[in-house]
Design a protein around this ligand. Structure first.
Ligand SMILES: Cc1ncc(COP(=O)(O)O)c(C=O)c1O
Length: 386
């Protein structure tokens, strides 16, 4: 459990916390002072010592980043790569998978209804037939019914675990069991899960998992984690390499760093390392429990406002992404109105989760996304403003 003292300490250690009420953690979270300090100290060292020399001094902490990421995911350090964005991570794996086994007419990619729009575009542009897996009445993916959808033409099953447009938590482990039984590669988009939910790639049964560092992990923008199962790596041949991913004499790296480039934003990675260590120290289980409890309070409170309609799917537990609309007001207008009062939420249109928004006839939703740093006063402030 996260104690009130830990919340107070976390807020005090977040520069600017309280100047604005930030409720857009699903977009990006503010970093802690320690993560900022790591980033700035490294930039300062680069200017004094030279960037290459400063990177040598940072090597142990860059290794710690891999080790911490592996701990976070219950993976091996060799199964982890650090990239610049969640989409770059997905694109790297997908293009390597196509490079190994080129697309044939009729190849299929099966997705959940809440799949991230960028993933859909990536699969479609490669010529795959993108097909939606069956949903349960609560909107979540129906893993058991999905088994019947799989045949030898399925190239990939791709699931956005926690959608960007609301509180649903898909049963990613159940779909993993189905994918494993069918022998089909299984990719989990954990963009909204990293740092918000415990992530155990063994229990999830996935071959690939990726997510950005800037959201619930509270790392800097321009960072992402990629996990690739050791046994799946030999099937992925990146279409292009560099001196690190495929050194001249040694050939293609055997570990997940075959997806990295030799040139890296070291300062960003060092900040991500601090953010990861802080999340691990606090405990992602404890973070999840607090965020889910706060989100339940927010949903209950919004339900008391007659003019606010909630749009979160799932029967629970639900994530810290709370989606709603205000009667007679477009979501962008609600966002602007709240911003004038120093309250910052997101307003999501169709492109982030097109299949789900279209299936539910939604044009846009307001999204308030919580972190463990929030409290019930923040929720009350949002509700009063609405
Ligand atoms: C579920 C999900 N997947 C993918 C992405 C895209 O990640 P990135 O912006 O790091 O490429 C997001 C971003 O919000 C997301 O919420």
């Amino acid at each position: 459990m996260i104690t009130p003292a830990q919340v107070a300490a976390g807020r005090a250690a977040t520069p600017g916390w309280g100047e604005r009420l930030l409720l857009n953690m699903a977009g990006a979270s503010p970093m802690s002072a320690a993560a900022h300090a790591a980033l700035q100290a490294h930039l300062a060292l680069e200017s004094r010592w030279g960037p290459m020399e400063a990177a040598e001094a940072a090597a142990p902490r860059l290794q710690a980043l891999r080790d911490d990421a592996a701990r976070l995911l219950n993976a091996g350090s060799d199964e982890v790569a650090v990239l610049g964005s969640g989409s770059a991570a997905l694109g790297a794996v997908w293009s390597a998978w196509l490079h190994t086994r080129p697309m044939r007419p009729g190849d299929r990619v099966l997705v959940g209804r809440q799949e991230w729009g960028g993933n859909l575009a990536t699969y479609q542009r490669a010529g795959a037939s993108v097909e939606v897996l069956p949903c349960r009445p609560d909107g979540s993916v129906d893993a058991e019914a999905s088994a019947a959808f799989i045949d030898e033409r399925v190239r990939l099953i791709s699931l956005t675990w926690l959608p960007a447009n609301g509180g649903l938590i898909n049963d990613a482990a159940a779909l993993g069991r189905v994918a494993r039984a069918a022998g089909v590669p299984y990719l989990i988009d954990a963009g909204q899960a990293l740092g918000q939910l415990p992530v155990d790639v063994q229990a999830l049964g996935c071959d690939v998992l990726k997510g950005a560092g800037r959201k619930h992990l509270r790392g800097p923008r321009g960072t992402a984690l990629l996990y690739v199962r050791r046994g799946f790596l030999p099937q992925l041949t990146p279409p292009w390499v560099d001196v690190q991913s495929a050194p001249w004499a040694a050939g293609l790296r055997e570990d997940a760093r075959r997806f990295e480039t030799s040139e890296q934003p070291v300062a960003l990675r060092l900040a991500l390392q601090v953010a990861l260590a802080e999340a691990l120290e606090l405990g992602v289980d404890a973070i999840a429990a607090r965020v889910q409890a706060l989100a339940a309070v927010l949903r209950d409170r919004l339900a008391t406002l007659g003019h606010v309609q909630l749009h979160d799917l799932g029967r629970g537990p639900r994530s810290g992404l709370v989606s709603f609309t205000v009667a007679g007001e477009a979501p962008v207008a609600t966002r602007a109105r709240l911003a004038q009062r120093g309250i910052h939420v997101g307003a999501n249109g169709v492109p982030y989760t097109p299949l789900d928004m279209q299936a539910r006839g939604l044009d846009a939703v307001v999204r308030a996304s919580l972190s463990w740093l929030h409290d019930e006063e923040d929720i009350e402030r949002l509700a009063s403003a609405l």
